[in-house]
Design a protein around this ligand. Structure first.
Ligand code: AMP
Length: 468
């Protein structure tokens, strides 16, 4: 099984459904660059188009014209390990007992293997390696005995892990978010039409009104008779476990998720970071783009000058997906490059949102040293990432996470920096409004939901990694 990070979009009853889905996905391209897809429906007919690549590469004008109908479900997808294939592109569309079912899913289930084996024992045949296909099979089975809302309810009760779902069948669109609320899903409105998106930046582009988040454990049902909200589980966990990394890094800064405006939240993280540890330097240097927002808060709070002395090539994808370390190093060089005259003889404080493998910082600090930087300090607006994520954020395996294998002094030596400070967990929680509503497993190893495939709450595997 492989993990995926994704962006979802859905719209009900709009004459431009396909085109709006296209733009809704375009705005959420950062959530997935591997493939994109849209399914639309008109009467009993459905139309689908999917492809590998970025949204504008996948859909031509002719493709959009072929996607007829007033309902659309779309997804951008980003698989992170192994298989990267068109057959895994979503939304999933199947025909079962004369009806079409379309499913788009964001997140990662933790009991996929168990569910899949059970389904296979009962005769299900799978054509992909995605957990979404497991959901589709469960749905189809449940539909033998109940209607679509009943089937979605049953599936959500069986699925364990992180999932935001958009399910379309007949004339009904259902949005659901897992009881822990790991990833964001928002409800908005364009005219009278309800719209759903992983992030509110999609609504901004369409000039749709953001209404509210789909709540953890909520199923929001839309059909010709109207709209209704239903809880799908009998009891919710005592508190949600929203993914704090969505706020730190993943979501777009112009979005609002988990009741937070992402830009402001990142700025507060930076301010808190400066409060914890601000070195005496000539200027603050953000690593673009992700370091920019905390760096603004950091520089303002520390009263330090701020220079965009590292320039981003915006036409490069995310570097950590490169398969080999040497290509990853090269990828970082392609992606961000220093402004030479600003560096020589200067005491610099780099701000970035996170260190995962350490590739970005290591290669760029080396360059800053070559260019004659006098001192290089690093401040990171998240705690050290030490544990893998089972719920849909792709991190390297534990052995590759620099903070899982090395102490702070060792990391300082490896990165060849004068000082390094990570935002404390308390400082991070101080930067958000509902501090008890977050999953911090990648920092603490305290998993809110056991991964039944490993049967572990805590990730305790020996931390062997590739040789340095
Ligand atoms: P690394 O170079 O492996 O230390 O990765 C750190 C950089 O990757 C930081 O600049 C982050 O902005 C970015 N990053 C952090 N987490 C992720 C993730 N899950 N997916 C993609 N990029 C990430």
């Amino acid at each position: 099984m492989f993990r995926h990070e994704c962006g979802l979009f859905g719209i009900y009853d709009h004459e431009e459904a396909a085109r709006l889905a296209y733009f809704g996905l375009y705005a959420q391209q950062h959530r997935g660059q591997e493939s994109a897809g849209i399914v639309t429906a008109e009467g009993g007919a459905v139309f689908e188009h999917r492809g590998m690549g970025l949204v504008p590469e996948v859909f031509s004008e002719a493709d959009l014209l072929r996607l007829k109908g007033r309902v659309a479900v779309g997804q951008v997808r980003y698989s992170t390990t192994g298989v990267s294939a068109l057959r895994n592109a979503q939304p999933f569309l199947v025909r079962y007992q004369g009806r079409y079912i379309a499913v788009a899913h964001n997140g990662n289930l933790v009991n996929t293997q168990t569910l899949r084996e059970e389904l296979e024992r009962r005769g299900s045949i799978f054509s992909t390696s995605t957990d979404t296909e497991v959901l589709v099979h469960l749905l189809a089975r449940a539909l033998r005995d109940t209607d679509l809302p009943g089937a979605v309810r049953q599936v959500c009760r069986k699925a364990s892990g992180a999932y935001c779902l958009l399910v379309y069948s007949g004339d009904m669109l259902i949005a659901a978010r897992d009881p822990h609320g790991f990833h964001p899903l928002a409800l908005g409105r364009l005219g009278k039409s309800p719209v759903f998106a992983s992030e509110t930046c999609a609504f901004d582009l369409l000039e749709a009104e953001y209404e509210r988040p789909v709540a953890p454990g909520e199923m929001y049902v839309v059909d010709a008779s109207g709209e209704r909200s239903e809880p799908f589980c009998e009891s919710l966990p005592a508190r949600p476990s929203q993914c704090i990394f969505e706020l730190i890094y993943f979501a777009r800064p112009d979005s609002s998720i988990f009741d937070e405006q992402v830009y402001l939240c990142r700025k507060r993280m930076g301010g808190q970071l400066a409060f914890e540890s601000a070195p005496d330097v000539d200027f603050v240097l953000p690593f673009p783009d992700s370091g920019i927002y905390p760096a603004v808060g950091f520089a303002q709070s520390a009263g330090l000058p701020y220079e965009h002395a590292m320039i981003r090539n915006h036409y490069v994808g995310r570097t950590f997906i490169q398969p080999s370390q040497s290509m990853r190093n090269f990828g970082v060089r392609v992606k961000i490059n220093p402004v030479r005259p600003l560096i020589e003889g200067k005491r610099i404080c780099i701000v970035d949102d996170s260190i995962v493998r350490g590739t970005t910082v290591m290669t760029r600090v080396k360059k800053l040293r070559e260019l004659g930087a006098k001192e290089v300090h690093i401040r990171i607006s998240s705690p050290p990432v030490k544990f893998p994520c089972y719920y849909g954020i792709d991190f390297a395996s534990r052995g590759e996470l620099i903070a899982a294998r090395h102490s702070l002094p060792e990391i300082i030596r490896k990165l060849d920096v004068d000082s390094l400070h990570y935002l404390s967990i308390d400082g991070l929680l101080h930067s958000v409004m509902h501090s008890d509503c977050y999953c911090l497993a990648c920092f603490t190893g305290e998993y809110p939901l056991p991964c039944s495939e490993t049967g572990k709450y805590r990730f305790e595997e020996p931390c062997a990694g590739p040789p340095d």
